[in-house]
Design a protein around this ligand. Sequence first.
Ligand SMILES: Cc1ncc(COP(=O)(O)O)c(C=O)c1O
Length: 375
Amino acid sequence: MSPVSPDSPLLLTPGPLTTSRSVKEAMLRDWGSRDREFIALNAAVRQRLTALAGAEASHVTVPLQGSGTFVVEAMLGTLVPRDGKLLVLVNGAYGERMLEIAAYHGRAATALRTPEDVPNDPEALDRALAEDPAITHVAVVHCETTSGILNPLAEVAAVTARHGRRLLIDAMSAFGALPLDAREIRFEALAASANKCLEGVPGVAFAIVERQALLAAAGNCPSLALDLHDQYLAMEGNGQWRFTPPTHVLAAFHQALVEHEEEGGVEGRGRRYRENCRILVAGMRALGFESLLPDALQAPIIVTFRMPADPAFRFEDFYDRLRRKGFVIYPGKLTVAPSFRIGCIGRIGAAEMRRAVAAVADTLREMGVASGRPA
Ligand SMILES: Cc1ncc(COP(=O)(O)O)c(C=O)c1O
């Protein structure tokens, strides 16, 4: 799928990630931001994204310049009213970040925490919503990239809807590879970005928002540039962005969405990532490594491995040696245990995953590490 070389390494990370040559080539021309052709391209990107969420009847897609955090902040700022209250389901850094954003915005917020290797607890959510009628919105991270855990989105959505509250989803590292359909899961908005499972380049993010909720959100957002209501109204008005759009990034994103469809959409993309994940986990376990999560909780996005106990193993050395072989992995982000992560997403397939596992085996041999077994 993609050549491996130290000059152009494979990114086994949660993004930015390895993209296809054709996605990169889509950036080789310039676009006038107010030109009819660019306006049509932008409309096509928005339309494709809304359709991917099965949300054409109810939601609209609002793109935003910047990384994923920009759109998470825009979603919370635009949709949680000044007198609203947010409950965040936290089992990793991205849940914690939503709490931090609410604090910046001066919005009332509370957390319902589980450990990093334990999914969100829908029963505890049920009790919390029954006990606190002030909570207007629930925020959930579909795949918590901190550990790679899959959270029980359908159950969380059902509990939230039963209590008449609104659901905001950080679907950053899942959208495009894990099913999320507005006709089956009730949500007010989700946030995601181009450079994860959709395999675009970084620089643009988007929210898919219930149209009525967005129209009702005038004046909520404490930020001008991050106001999704204004961004939407301006774009609906003349098809243009309020402020300079990331034109080349959008052209690449359009190409990435075409390739996503050609692969069989969410189902096809998810299938390839699941196979990548299976090869990675089986190969690493054969070398003695232990994944943090049991298979049932593991999303096929990124896998956390516990740090080996062998005194000859030093992570920086391991990382550098793999990098020289053409593979970029990711440090751990867990607070509970020393770890590192290897991603399964991006324009990589079974052959690349096998080469990555072989490179890990070679690297352990070079370092004199007998096994990847943790303490
Ligand atoms: C679940 C989740 N939310 C939010 C973010 C933040 O995105 P960014 O780093 O692009 O700002 C990430 C990034 O990996 C993520 O995985």
